[in-house]
Design a protein around this ligand. Structure first.
Ligand code: ADP
Ligand code: MG
Length: 489
């Protein structure tokens, strides 16, 4: 059936006496163990802090040390599954008793399994314990469960043709979560496939929300709200069908990630936000400030957990904004948390295919070569200041957003007035014109814009030299996000 079963079988063959099964799914893990136990004819018994040791003096063996010693003393063979052990790891007696289990020579083969939802291994056991991390159910398991639930109630209705797509959407959820979401949606009788899939994605969003440091970014921004940047937009549009089951089935290579770097205020973050509505997959922003804050544990551990969580809700886009800060890279290119940086690079190599990384960077000179190197990201784009034509597009987007009459403006004039401006500054000019006019109780016009434009000093004026440096640095390392940018040079 599944990889995880094979992994358990392998550790049985290897005669590992002490196995740590790390999973939030206790019931499922027990079932997996039972499957292997049945194959080998081994017995299986459990221990819990409330129920004591199954098949023994339950009251006396509630004490974990007593229970572990009983296992050794009575030469208990087969699988002995300890459910609630990690909270006791602070007691040296418990750690000692576990070491004794490991080094005792059982007459018959025995595997003591520590079954836990958290990963907490005492230093003194690290070498003895064989760690197995149980992944969430794979496609076969999900499909099996899906069919079982569908057939469990005559009212439930889900055509065979929808099974594959629903299975894919359910990937990453635990068995219990799958059961809940399916019963809830199928209750309604004729749930349409799309409704079901929406509901599944909602469930996933809630799971991510619980994590605290991953923030769901709603699919509110369309690609049409991004002015200019035609190369970048083309790239995204061409890949809009890549995360569908059809594309996966057809073996189309799935894009891994995208790095957008460049001048600030030019729409990098905006473009990333547009991915989710374009591709119709959820987008989560990883808040690296929270990861580094230590609120959720050590940054390394939190980061690792965040990556796991995002894997569990795939297909999804993971957005790391201003990656140079996120990875602890300082202006001079020195990484303050090289641990996180290197584990991120490794993860990018091995990450599940259905997680797409969208990274943005402002201080691009700070990015180490490893991250830009070919193959890490599918594409590295450079966003420059918008050209005159692009500025017109950006003006029109924001004017329309603030309910201006698009015919009331002189675009030629506007482009002359805003030479060297970025998109954020254009937006700012429109907002302040609109605010002034609103104050006077009228719709805004060219004159209002003229006034607000005159008041803004664009970044490119104060940072002329920096922008030149960024440009020349990016020239050989990245693809221009807009075709106009190439012409300008
Ligand atoms: N190309 C653009 N098209 C439309 N709006 C833009 C563009 N560039 C910037 N803006 C406006 O400026 C705001 C800030 O841009 P942002 O994407 O955060 O810049 P960056 O991430 O490149 O620093 C956006 O929310 C948007 O309103
Ligand atoms: Mg940004």
């Amino acid at each position: 059936m599944s990889m995880i079963l094979d992994e358990i079988r392998t550790s049985v063959q290897a005669k590992s006496p002490l196995v740590y099964l790390y999973t939030p799914e206790e019931e499922r893990a027990l079932r997996l163990l039972k499957t292997v136990a049945d194959e080998t004819g081994a017995a299986i018994r459990t221990w819990s802090c409330v129920g004591g040791l199954e098949g023994g003096d339950r009251a006396a063996t509630r004490d974990p040390v007593e229970a572990l010693q009983t296992v050794v003393r009575e030469n208990i063979a087969g699988f002995v599954v300890f459910k609630d052990l990690p909270p006791y790891f602070g007691q040296p007696e418990v750690v000692r008793a576990l070491r004794d289990v490991y080094y005792s020579n059982a007459a018959e083969q025995r595997m003591l399994v520590i079954l836990a939802a958290e990963l907490n291994l005492p230093e003194a056991l690290k070498k003895e314990v064989h760690l197995i991390e149980v992944p969430p159910p794979d496609s076969d398991e999900i499909l099996h469960q899906l069919e079982e639930i569908r057939d469990s109630d005559a009212k439930y209705n889900l055509p065979d043709t929808a099974l594959q797509e629903v299975t894919m959407a359910l990937k990453g959820l635990t068995e219990t979560e799958i059961r809940h979401v399916l019963h809830r949606v199928l209750q309604h009788g004729n749930a349409a496939k799309d409704e079901l899939i929406d509901e599944i994605f909602n469930e996933k969003k809630n799971i991510v929300k619980k994590s605290g440091y991953l923030e769901f970014s709603p699919p509110r921004w369309g690609i049409e709200g991004v002015g200019g940047l035609d190369n970048l937009k083309d790239w995204l549009v061409k890949r809009r069908r890549m995360f569908t089951p059809e594309a996966v089935a057809a073996g189309v290579p799935i894009p891994k990630g995208l790095l957008i770097m460049g001048v600030s205020g030019c729409g990098k973050s905006l473009a990333v936000k547009a991915i989710s509505s374009l591709w119709e997959i959820p987008l989560f922003r990883l808040d690296m400030n929270l990861v580094f804050s230590g609120i959720y544990g050590s940054p390394e551990e939190t980061f690792h957990r965040a990556l796991r969580t995002i894997e569990s809700v795939a297909p999804a886009v993971l957005w790391i904004d201003e990656i140079e800060n996120a990875l602890g890279i300082q202006e001079d290119g020195i990484t303050i948390s090289s641990h996180i940086f290197s584990s991120f690079l490794t993860w990018m190599q091995e990450k599940p295919p259905m997680v797409f990384i969208a990274a943005t960077a402002n201080h691009i000179q700070a990015l180490p070569a490893e991250i830009i190197r070919k193959g890490r990201f599918d594409q590295v784009f450079f966003c420059d200041l918008p050209t005159a034509d692009e500025r017109v597009e950006i003006f029109r987007i924001h004017l329309a957003r603030y309910n201006a009459n698009l015919d009331d403006f002189d675009y030629k004039m506007l482009t002359v007035q805003t030479e060297g401006w970025n998109g954020a500054e254009i937006e700012q000019a429109v907002i302040s014109a609109r605010t002034e006019a609103y104050h006077d109780g009228r719709t805004f016009n060219q004159r209002d814009l003229d006034i607000s434009i005159a008041k803004i000093v664009p970044l490119s004026e104060t940072m002329e030299q920096q922008i030149k440096t960024i440009r020349s640095w990016a020239f050989s390392r990245a693809t221009p996000a807009s075709s106009g940018g190439r012409k300008r040079r």
